[in-house]
Design a protein around this ligand. Structure first.
Ligand code: PGA
Length: 245
């Protein structure tokens, strides 16, 4: 596992954007796995800025996102469909039919999960999967205790995840209880994984991830078994691990 240190959030975001851009420019066909949440916002800002300044094209790129809330319409401002559109897709030249998120409004969610797995298979392996990490160690919405063998599935969000994400909703009671998330084994099939970690609130989980044996109570700890993971972390997130190194 390679760890890239960044001074702060903006430098972390810039480094992540550079990694992504290098792939976008190098590959004639590319599958990007994308994440939502607060952490990747700066990365997307850098990609948009690059597009405006340099016109890097995404015509050859397909994207698959990690997750979507169950019961939230695509057009709803709090959906991850809207998040991706507003932070990235509407600002670059990626064809909309090449961007994919789980349809968490499907009547048959199990069938939708299967369909999403098939879609990822059909696109070929994800070349680069961008990840954030929850304070509880979740990746995607795979909460602690999730089997490392999980594939795309419907999950119940923990109280701590719902509390943390309540800031995006007008009313805390509106925070969905369930989500469709790419599974851990699906994520692990990606050729490269880039994990972004920023802020002192993530220092403890980063310490756990790096020091504790791989276990299902810390979903992100499985990343230690992957042979091409890059962690880009800022100084605040590295605070605890640096005390023992
Ligand atoms: P955050 O979420 O980027 O909003 O901190 C990360 C995650 O839950 O994966």
């Amino acid at each position: 596992m390679e760890i890239i240190e960044a001074k702060n959030y903006d430098e972390m975001s810039e480094k992540a954007a550079q990694l992504i851009l290098a792939k976008v420019k190098q590959e004639s066909s590319l599958v990007l796995g994308l994440a939502t949440g607060g952490t990747p916002v700066g990365t997307y800002e850098h990609l948009v800025k690059d597009y405006q300044e340099n016109g890097t094209s995404y015509q050859h790129v397909h994207t698959v996102n990690l997750d979507e809330y169950v019961g939230v319409e695509k057009e709803n401002p709090t959906s991850y469909h809207t998040y991706m559109k507003e932070h990235l897709f509407q600002h670059i030249d990626i064809p909309s039919q090449q961007t994919h998120l789980p349809n968490a409004m499907a009547n048959d969610l199990q069938a939708e999960c299967q369909k999403y797995e098939e879609l990822i298979e059909k696109l070929g392996r994800i070349d680069l999967q961008l990840l954030g990490i929850g304070v509880n160690g979740h990746i995607g919405f795979n909460e602690p205790g999730t089997s490392f063998a999980s594939t795309t599935n419907v999950v119940e969000l923990t109280a701590s995840t719902r509390e943390k994400n309540a800031c995006y909703f007008d009313n805390p009671f509106d925070v969905p209880t369930h989500a469709v998330t790419m599974g851990i084994s699906t994520i692990m099939k990606s050729k490269q994984i880039v994990l972004l970690v920023s802020g002192k609130q993530k220092a403890q989980i980063l310490f756990k991830l790096l020091t504790e044996p791989t276990n299902e109570q810390v979903p992100a700890s499985i990343l230690k078994q992957h042979d091409h993971v890059v962690i880009i972390a800022d100084q605040e997130a590295l605070m605890e691990i640096k005390q023992i190194r």
